[in-house]
Design a protein around this ligand. Structure first.
Ligand code: PMP
Length: 327
């Protein structure tokens, strides 16, 4: 199925509908097709051990959606409407939620400029939609470290750009980099900052953390060029609650490489909705490849992963009230 809600200036959001998923007719002059005024979110609904259905921090997705809307000169969507739309799609597509306790129904809320005109200005009409698709466990047969490619050619976002927004354009700009990573036998691309080409920003679809030898965590700061990941935020809150020091600060590729060699950097992991937390195995760049420790799954990484997954799946206490019951 799909949920749709329309927007027009002067009218606001109107005509919420749940209907059979079908192609959406588009005029060739629809603004989004020319200027890419589009934003989206991604989150999961999954079965709880007692047979119910839950989502993880959907209010955080609603807030980020509206942050993205602000950056892309689009109207904010009431948080209630966002949450309601997710409830509706889950209810009607409930049979698509996998029984597998590690599987889920991926939810994709998005909005685009539907107004028909060719001038360059923010549109006056938008369409918001939600579609859903079942996904199996990200890792079948145990968590596997990802390999990453440091792209020498491409940047993801510059200061003042749209890096902190979840807009389609960011991903369009990253497709060449992702293809480059695949050519080098890597799973994901890692972007360096656009100015000095020195500091780690993030991966194609995940944020990055390093675990240092004193047990503390470091992660690149939210300076506007990376996506403020909800998993990233959850990791920081859980780590701090457990008494771990977390520092949000610039991390250079050189610090990572030298720290891996000296033992100062003990583990590296990436995090995002899809894989939750995944160890980073090999880091490949034009200067050669290196691994952190033995390139396997670090102890701290796997402990944080377990803690987070157990909260999400209702197997552990939910200290921050993150799990949102739907059914
Ligand atoms: N960075 C990028 C570029 C992403 O696409 C994602 C996935 N949404 C993330 C980080 C991780 O964000 P989250 O934890 O909210 O999924």
């Amino acid at each position: 199925h799909m949920v749709t809600v329309r927007y027009a200036d002067g009218k606001g959001w109107y005509e919420p509908r749940v209907e059979a998923r079908a192609p959406i007719p588009m005029d060739p002059a629809s603004a989004v097709l020319h200027y890419a005024q589009e934003i989206f979110e991604g989150l999961k609904a999954y079965k709880t051990p007692d047979g119910g259905v839950a989502m993880f921090r959907p209010d955080a997705n609603a807030n980020r959606f509206n942050q993205s809307a602000g950056r892309m000169a689009m109207p904010a969507l009431p948080v209630e409407t966002f949450l309601q739309s997710l409830h509706e799609i889950i209810k009607i597509d409930r049979d698509w939620i996998p029984e597998d306790p590690e599987g889920s129904l991926y939810l994709r809320p998005f909005a685009y400029a539907s107004e028909v005109f060719l001038g360059v200005r923010p549109a006056n009409e938008y369409l918001y939609l939600v579609i859903a698709s079942p996904v199996g466990p990200y890792f079948s047969g145990g968590v596997k470290p990802v390999s990453i490619w440091v792209t020498p050619d491409f940047t993801r976002a510059a200061p003042g750009g749209t890096g902190a927004a979840k807009c389609g354009g960011n991903y369009a700009a990253g497709l060449s980099a992702q293809a480059e990573a695949s050519e080098h036998g890597c799973d994901q691309v890692v972007y360096l900052d656009a100015i000095e080409r020195k500091y780690i920003d993030e991966l194609g679809g995940m944020n990055v953390f390093l675990v240092l030898d004193d047990g503390s965590l470091i992660t690149p700061p939210l300076t506007g060029t990376i996506l403020p990941g909800i998993t990233r935020d959850s990791v920081i809150k859980l780590a701090e609650r457990a008494g771990r020091k977390v520092e949000e600060r610039p991390i250079s590729l050189q610090e990572w490489r030298e720290g891996a060699a000296s033992g100062r950097v003990r583990e590296a992991f990436a995090c995002g909705t899809a894989a939750v937390i995944t160890p980073i195995g090999t880091i490949k760049s034009e200067d050669g490849a290196f691994t952190v420790a033995d390139g396997g799954s670090g102890e701290v990484t796997m402990a944080i992963r377990k803690e987070l997954v157990d909260i999400q799946r209702g197997r552990a206490e939910d200290p921050f009230g993150w799990v949102h019951r739907v059914l």
